[in-house]
Design a protein around this ligand. Structure first.
Ligand SMILES: Nc1nc2c(ncn2[C@@H]2O[C@H](COP(=O)(O)OP(=O)(O)OP(=O)(O)O)[C@@H](O)[C@H]2O)c(=O)[nH]1
Ligand SMILES: [Mg+2]
Length: 247
């Protein structure tokens, strides 16, 4: 069953890569895969904020964070819920390209901004394209999350260091994403909100969450700091595993 899914997904990715090459022939010889990557994690962990660093226009439908909202009160007190008034209802989506250039320098840019000139200027050797799906973290939208995570090739898992239910959410969301991708795929974890003082860091959580240094990163989505590192690590892991499977 898992093997059938794996084959089906591979076929789809090859067809997509061929479409990309037909449309952008200058990528010929440089394209190193087209993947689906989802960004998961509890509500408020910073998924939408992270994705908007790569593409400010990449947002799904945002709705009030709470079921009951007194709009009049909010209008008069816009900072009533400083932790953000909205939550993602559908999913955030953008297409991004990882460019590996001269001296193995890595860059991530919005795919629609990639041009032949950029490829030449940056002496790009490899281009990996990924469809980035930012999922909704709220429980009431978990069916939409399942849809957005379905058959991803890799997962970015955002951990909220100020979440009072950090451990419980970690187990829950991991179990769900593993089920939704329908086969074993690489997962990279990022502890967000590192701009805040005295919050858990990847070092603090590594042991507790039983993760290795290589799969756990620190970042601040709010400041768009260190957001590329987990993605580069994920793509590397995905491609290493793919090569391993071929051998
Ligand atoms: N200080 C700080 N706040 C952050 C950071 N990332 C996100 N936030 C804040 O956390 C709140 C929630 O961020 P979102 O990006 O909407 O969270 P989300 O994971 O998309 O939430 P859902 O859509 O409900 O699943 C917002 O107020 C953000 O400004 C960060 O790195 N540092
Ligand atoms: Mg969101």
């Amino acid at each position: 069953m898992t093997e059938d899914i794996e084959l089906e997904v591979k076929k789809l990715r090859i067809l997509t890569a061929n479409n990309v090459l037909n449309t952008y022939p200058y990528l010929s010889g440089k394209l190193r895969g087209v993947y689906k990557v989802c960004v998961t994690g509890s509500s408020g962990s910073g998924k939408t904020t992270m994705i908007r660093c790569f593409d400010p226009e990449a947002h799904g439908r945002e709705v009030p964070r709470y079921f009951y909202v007194d709009y009049e009160l909010l209008k008069e007190n816009p900072d009533l819920f400083p932790e953000s008034n909205t939550a993602t209802q559908t999913f955030d989506f953008t297409v991004v390209a990882l460019l590996i250039g001269g001296e193995d320098k890595a860059d991530i840019i919005k795919f629609s901004e990639l041009t032949e000139e950029i490829i030449d200027d940056k002496k790009v050797k490899w281009v990996t394209i990924f469809y980035l799906f930012g999922t909704p973290g709220q429980w009431r939208f978990k069916d939409i999350r399942a849809f957005a995570e379905r058959r991803s090739d890799g997962v970015i898992f955002i951990i909220d260091p100020i979440d009072p239910k950090l451990r419980e959410n970690f187990e829950d969301f991991r179990e769900q994403v593993i089920k939704n991708v329908e086969r074993k795929v690489p997962i990279i974890y990022a502890v967000n909100k590192q701009d805040l003082p005295n919050v858990f860091t990847s070092k603090d959580l590594q042991k507790e969450l039983n993760l290795t240094e290589k799969e756990l990163f620190d970042m601040s989505a709010l400041k768009c700091q260190n957001i590329s590192r987990p993605i580069i690590a994920l793509i590397k892991k995905m491609q290493e595993e793919e090569l391993g499977k071929k051998n």
